[in-house]
Design a protein around this ligand. Structure first.
Ligand code: GAL
Length: 953
């Protein structure tokens, strides 16, 4: 099999010359969206109602699943999209989902339809074309050009379809996706819609299939042995012979190792896996602070031409989970300092842009998090890519435990999708499966799933999170024990019983706090931000961490949670809509716990005082002052009077009780007796202005990059006023837009997104009459007598051979005063030839082009009015060529676009957040923020030229 040097050179040249035909195009742009209905077929665009429908005959997608469906009145949007975050709240909606008015009881807002038109060049007709969904919430049904592709019920598992045979090459194509978010999968906010990316991938019929490469590494001294298992699939109709060349490419672009396998043959439709081993000398290891990455380039070569190149990002690192000493990364002990998180952020809901995923990980790293548990479902690929880049360990969790093929298949798909990410260090097969976790069935299921999972990866162990009954059931068999909450039992007793088992706290610290609040207020549903054990027995963050920090056999713990999330507003219900568990609020703005963690989870010097010192009306009252710090001693001063110097206990905090007087709290930190840090908190002046602080003052002009902007209410000296709740209005000009606003108030019902409302107003009752002998200018007038006209279009078009005579069609259109405030467009579709169109007697379209199907008539206040309007079409109706032909008999509907209000949000305890996203070009983005009575602010962010990811028009 070995090649001569000369032929190797030739292959290199070939690789250099012929680019692989593989393309991966982001398919996020220019979709149409409208609500269907979960209970009313007619309102669900009559899908599945035809005599023969899509399950009866291939290509018979009807209603909104048909390529011919007229979706022009629908709203235009880009993905990712979460319609739940745009919805209002309702007290009878789900507590789990944060009382968003969707789900059971809300059939009109629980089904969303997405459609997109796209063009593929004729040159692509020898390729395979795949449409890949990173995640849709949930129960997606997909059609391409009316062909039913399939259904994926999961709200979290990625799925794809090879749609090649359904496509028009050199013509238009339509994809339609019905998304049904009626059912809940989790007990937390899950969003609704196509909330992750969609991709269109083109490959040669002979190619590496999606997730077809698996790279594992073993590190010894100064070298790594890399094993690449690469699948090739031959989707051609005949057998193929080819070579595979695998190259390992370092971050600087250098090829550091390569190997070739030659003369491989695959029969049509067959796939096979090819294993190659490489040595990488002096590998740059992937680690938390140096997340070095490599790529495997797998070239499939046929007749010296590259027909496919598949890239797999991986890292070289070692991991070890030990029962007695915890977790090791690259041979170094790393205590797991993790957090649990849901994919959910202020403003955008679950539709998190890639840049925001990365920003969130960076906030977690700031407080010392080195691990992220993807509670309780397969994460977005973009999150894992960001974790690989920033250096964050991922505990990757499956959604539902089970051992049938269907359920196991979700675990399989999660594992083969994610197993190359160096960030992924643990697979979790389930969380708190109460029906089984403590019993024999649970043990058997866990053992079975564990064995099943080994087919896909033996390099990471299997974990399950267990909420009690430790010592029995799942906890007795799982490779890495996951303790959910110390209140449930003794980890020491469990360890004594199962000394072979590695373990960690998969959830701890289910405490409830509100950012910027220091006195519980049950009426307003705010809870003080002091770290306390809860009345229901959950440990405080400090209480929990001390337990984990003190025991070497415990690998560490994951907080419940890093960020607040919508839903589960425990211990409250409506009107509270957001959880209180986060170390940060829904915006990622820190609560004080962040500084407790930072002081013991990082080596940065920390000296943080809580609460704020604006307690007008509480003068003379005792107030608890706490300090989080990693210094040896701290002295607290109130208006320069010492309140005493105290020794800091490891993993602890300090507290003083102080009678409130306005002025200054000052903490002085000492290390080895030396004063090393001073922090002050001052009583501020009255609110005076608005300030903006973007996390990045430069944005890439790539249509995707985001800047997370903190909005502050400040006093004259620029200090944040910690109890200021002011309505702030935002405007952005230049090449960026606001995509969401938030403020972290768990009880806020203000909108997170402002967008033009798009409605469809349909015509009622079309009637028709032969135009022969009728005075047209009279017949198109509203008052014309039409009682003797026939119902229109009842014959579904004229039979073959009929003569088409001029016909009048008439209908009424009911518009409200409110409709008239918007932009009205009649999205007209031809119902015949030689058409003229009238609205209330006004001619709006004359002698329309017979070769054109679709027209738009703008309906201004000059031609329409509130109440009843009369529209008339004069046309020679279409004649069918064959009796079974279908001709259009629907003259369309009116789209009403109502412009949105100005972007705005109240600050909560002095702060709010807006998220800005690039709209493509270079230039200055001017963000203005104003609040009545306060000085407004303008902030300029630069957008710089940056390549756009390849995308599908
Ligand atoms: C756990 C559960 C989490 C969350 C948390 C709230 O039992 O695993 O998803 O619900 O409780 O305290």
């Amino acid at each position: 099999m070995k090649k001569s040097f000369a032929s190797l050179c030739l292959i290199f040249i070939a690789i250099a010359l012929a680019a692989s035909p593989r393309e991966r195009l982001l398919m996020n742009y220019d979709w149409k969206f409208a609500f269907g209905h979960a209970a009313d077929v007619e309102k669900d665009f009559n899908v599945g109602t035809s005599y023969f429908t899509y399950l009866a005959k291939a290509g018979y997608g009807d209603g909104a699943a048909s390529p011919d469906f007229d979706d022009r009145t629908w709203r235009s949007l880009n993905l990712p999209h979460d319609w739940a975050v745009e919805a209002g709240f309702a007290e009878n909606a789900s507590h789990s989902h944060g009382y968003k008015a969707i789900g059971p009881g809300f059939p009109e807002s629980s089904v969303g339809w997405y459609r997109k038109n796209f063009h593929l060049p004729v040159e692509d007709d020898d390729k395979r074309i795949f449409i890949e969904f990173d995640g849709v919430y949930r129960d997606a049904r997909v059609w391409v050009n009316g062909f039913y592709c399939g259904n994926d019920p999961s709200g979290y598992t990625s799925f794809s379809f090879d749609v090649t045979e359904y496509l028009n090459f050199g013509g238009n194509n339509v994809i339609a996706v019905r998304v049904d978010a009626s059912m809940e999968e989790g007990w937390f906010y899950e969003g609704a819609g196509i909330y992750r990316h969609v991709w269109l991938t083109k490959t040669n019929p002979l190619h590496v299939p999606q997730y077809g490469a698996f790279v594992t590494t073993e590190v010894s001294d100064n070298a790594a042995e890399v094993t690449a298992r690469v699948k090739v699939l031959n989707k051609a109709l005949e057998g193929k012979t080819f070579d595979i060349r695998n190259q390992i490419v370092a971050a600087n672009g250098n090829v550091v190792a390569s190997a070739v396998m030659e003369n491989i043959s695959l029969a049509a439709m067959f796939t096979d896996e090819f294993t190659m081993k490489f040595t990488v000398d002096n590998p740059m290891l992937w680690d938390l602070d140096t997340p070095n990455l490599y790529e495997l380039h797998s070239h499939v070569i046929q007749n010296d031409a590259v027909v496919d190149t598949y890239r797999t990002t991986f890292g070289i690192r070692t991991i070890e989970w030990t029962p007695d000493r915890g977790f090791f990364l690259n041979g170094r002990h790393v205590k797991i300092k993790g957090s649990n998180n849901h994919q959910n952020h202020a403003g955008v809901g679950t539709a998190i842009p890639d840049g925001l995923h990365e920003w969130r990980l960076i906030q977690l790293k700031y407080m010392g998090n080195n691990a992220y548990r993807t509670a309780h479902y397969p994460p977005s690929p973009a999150l894992l890519e960001a974790a690989d880049r920033v250096g964050m360990l991922i505990l990757n969790e499956n959604r539902l435990m089970g051992t049938t093929d269907e359920i196991l298949d979700h675990l399989r798909r999660l594992m083969i999708r994610d197993r190359n990410h160096p960030s992924v260090v643990l697979w979790s097969i389930g969380n708190e499966e109460w029906a089984i976790e403590g019993n024999e069935r649970g043990a058997r299921m866990a053992e079975y799933m564990q064995a099943y999972a080994k087919q896909f990866d033996t390099t990471r162990p299997i974990n399950a999170a267990v909420s009690g009954t430790w010592g029995n059931g799942i906890s007795s068999v799982v490779e890495v024990m996951g303790y959910n909450y110390l209140r449930h039992g003794s980890t020491d007793a469990h360890y004594a019983k199962y000394p072979w088992q590695a373990s960690l706290g998969t959830e701890e610290g289910s405490t409830n706090t509100t950012r910027g609040i220091y006195f519980d207020d049950y009426d307003k549903q705010y809870l003080a931000a002091y770290d306390r054990d809860t009345p229901s027995g959950f440990f405080s963050i400090q209480h929990g961490w001390k337990h984990y920090a003190d025991r070497d056999y415990l690998s560490g713990m994951c907080l419940w949670t890093g960020f607040d999330y919508r839903g589960e507003p425990t211990p409250f219900g409506f009107p509270s809509v957001v959880s209180y568990f986060g170390m940060m609020d829904l915006c990622g703005l820190p609560k004080d716990n962040v500084y407790y963690l930072k002081s013991w989870w990082t080596n940065d010097p920390v000296l943080h005082i809580l609460p704020h010192w604006n307690w007008k009306g509480r003068e003379g009252e005792p107030i608890d002052v706490w300090v989080y710090s990693n210094h040896d001693e701290v002295e607290l001063f109130v208006n320069n009077r010492s309140q005493g110097r105290q020794k800091m206990e490891r993993n602890g905090h300090l507290s003083w009780q102080v009678n409130y007087v306005p002025g200054t709290l000052r903490a002085v930190g000492y290390k080895n007796g030396k004063r090393v840090q001073v922090t002050t908190v001052e009583t501020t002046g009255a609110p005076s202005g608005v300030a903006l602080e973007p996390h990045r003052a430069e944005l890439k002009g790539d249509f995707e990059d985001v800047s997370v902007v903190t909005v502050k209410i400040v006093d004259r000296k620029g200090r944040v006023v910690p109890d200021a709740n002011h309505q702030v209005y935002f405007e952005v000009s230049g090449p960026a837009q606001i995509i969401g606003v938030g403020n972290g108030d768990p009880t806020s019902h203000e909108p997170c997104r402002f967008f033009d409302e798009v409605r469809t107003v349909s015509f009622s009752k079309w009637q028709q009459m032969a135009a022969f002998g009728v005075n047209i200018s009279e017949a198109v007038m509203p008052e014309f007598f039409v009682a003797d006209w026939q119902p229109a279009f009842s014959d579904g078009g004229l039979a073959p051979g009929s003569s088409s005579l001029p016909t009048l069609y008439r209908a009424s259109l009911h518009l409200t005063e409110n409709d008239l405030k918007g932009n009205l467009n009649w999205m007209f579709r031809s119902v015949g030839n030689n058409q003229s169109v009238y609205v209330n007697g006004h001619l709006v379209g004359e002698n329309l082009d017979n070769n054109q199907r679709d027209f738009v008539f703008k309906l201004s206040g000059d031609v329409v009015r509130p109440g009843e309007n009369i529209v008339t079409v004069v046309a020679n109706p279409f004649v069918k060529v064959n009796p079974w032909d279908e001709v259009n008999t629907n003259p369309g509907a009116v789209q009403v676009i109502q412009a949105h209000e100005k972007w705005q949000r109240k600050t909560f305890n002095g702060l709010a957040q807006i998220i800005i996203q690039s709209t493509g070009k270079q230039g200055d983005v001017v963000i203005s923020a104003s609040s009545p009575g306060l000085t407004s602010v303008r902030y300029v962010i630069k957008t710089v030229k940056a390549p756009r990811r390849p995308f599908l028009q």
